[in-house]
Design a protein around this ligand. Structure first.
Ligand code: KIV
Length: 266
């Protein structure tokens, strides 16, 4: 098994797992210093491409962004989302997961659960492809963004699903939008680490969409903590640049490439 995966699994019940999404090298190289896991999420569909859901993002898009992210990642575990439709049969899943792994040299793939595709995970694991599961609100299969596991029966169903994903061989599992009762029970009752998003502090680790926590995406549900209002910072910089260009304060001689006796550095 990949050493990075073992290291992450060993954190269960000891220290929290830190995880964020990235779609490009510039962001990835900043995250890499702090994160255990970097996910190239299919959330890029909404966040980067402005699509209404994650359904239309292609395998080609995912691979292209992972190639960029990979350039910024030295130490974190690099996990790549398999897009909707790319793992709808064992054969398809194996072909596409192998393609992602081979082209991008990532460490693992993530697939969303539809409470039926446990055999797909088993098949990928059999071919030595590490898989991260994903339950609760799974945007590829569910339309309504709402809390999951808010009744005892639903908690039981989610626990069963998590256990089957663990049994199929997944090395970790994302819990999205789970009631605290469900995330707590699942985290206590499976051996693989749980990574929560909107699922309380009871999980073994946390993940957020980076553009959300930086205040760039415009999507801020209650579970997102905005650590900075990057949209305002960028707007201020653009405003200053606009003023400088109009008032001919930029470029100044400092920015000219000619006119110096010394050889210019570009
Ligand atoms: O696509 C994504 O960014 C994700 C995270 C929200 C877990 O799946």
């Amino acid at each position: 098994m990949n050493k990075k995966i073992i290291k992450i699994q060993n954190k269960k019940n000891k220290s929290k797992i830190v995880s964020l999404t990235a779609y490009s090298k510039n962001i990835a190289q900043i995250l890499d210093k702090y994160c255990d896991i970097i996910l190239v999420g299919d959330s890029m569909a909404n966040v980067l491409y402005g699509l209404k859901d994650t359904h239309k993002i292609s395998l080609k898009n995912i691979i292209q962004h992972t190639l960029s992210v990979k350039k910024g990642v030295k130490k974190s575990l690099l996990v790549v989302d398999m897009p909707k439709g790319s793992y709808s049969s064992k054969k398809k899943a194996k072909y596409n997961a192998k393609l992602i792994m081979k082209k991008t040299k990532c460490d693992a793939v993530k697939i969303e659960s539809n409470n039926k595709n446990f055999e797909i995970i088993k098949e990928l694991v059999k071919f030595k492809i590490p898989v991260m599961g994903h339950i609760g609100f799974t945007p590829q299969f569910k339309k309504k963004f709402k809390i999951e596991g808010d009744t005892d029966l639903k908690v039981k169903k989610l626990l069963r699903e998590a256990k089957l994903i663990e049994k199929a061989g997944a090395f970790s599992i994302v819990l999205e939008c789970l009631h605290t009762k469900a995330s707590s029970l699942i985290t206590k009752n499976i051996k693989i680490p749980t990574i929560g998003i909107g699922s309380s502090s009871k999980c073994d680790g946390q993940i957020l969409v980076t553009d959300d926590m930086l205040g760039l995406s415009g999507f801020y549900p209650k579970f997102v903590k905005k650590y900075v209002k990057l949209d305002r910072i960028i707007e201020n910089a653009v405003k200053k640049y606009t003023r400088d260009v109009k008032e001919m304060k930029f470029p100044t001689k400092k920015n000219f490439l000619n006119g110096s006796k010394r050889r210019q550095k570009l």
